[in-house]
Design a protein. Sequence first.
Length: 268
Amino acid sequence: MRRARRPPRRQRREREPDEALGNLCAREFRLRIAIRSRSAAARSPRRVASIRSRALRLAIAAARDSRVETHLRRGSLVASPAAPRHPRLLDRDAAVVVVIDVQEAYREVLFEYTRVARAVSVLVQGAAALAVPVLVTEQYPKGLGHTAAEVAEHLPRAVTRIEKLTLSCCGTPLFVSTLARLRRQQVILAGIETHACVNQTAHDLIAAGYAVHLPRDTTSSRRAEDATIGWEKMLGAGVVPGTVESVLLELVRTAASPEFKTIQHLIK
């Protein structure tokens, strides 16, 4: 007696589930099988990579949109004087001005001394108007003289003058202790020479965790090329560049400030 011929394997796979699934009609099951087969056929390495790439882009976009919505819900983008600002912007309550060695002995030898002295003078006056503390250093004043008259006349009466022999201000204990007592983390440097005392002070302050800002018009060297090299080196170390005008406008922040007209007059 010959045994009944068994259906092909593929037919068995399709029929057996028809009986087992009970309520699921055979037509629906065959449709699922067809979709599954088509998906498997389309699953080439290139196709899979394309699908994954698109899924990743969609996921990143969704996450970005979610973060923006979260910030909006939290109110972090609301315009308010109390709103947090970018850390590279100056804050009058966190800043201190350090005038480095703008002394009489450099008057005849420094490149563009008059321009530097005038810019430092404006910076000091602006700091005084905004109640930003000012520190002044003088390199070996017995030989190099004291701070230039056009700057000194605008210094606060209680300004701290620090004599030093080290090129970096941070090598002088009195400077370090005085700066630490102020508890201000943003240091606005100004003075001479760009490639020497200013450069070394900037690097040491950054190493100590301070944010260092340097108005380009407040610093120079005896030779222009030295000033250029010093400037580029400091920028590479993380010094935030600016001008006296940009610094004062960041500090005053708004035209509604009572000091704004004073600042506006200074930078005209």
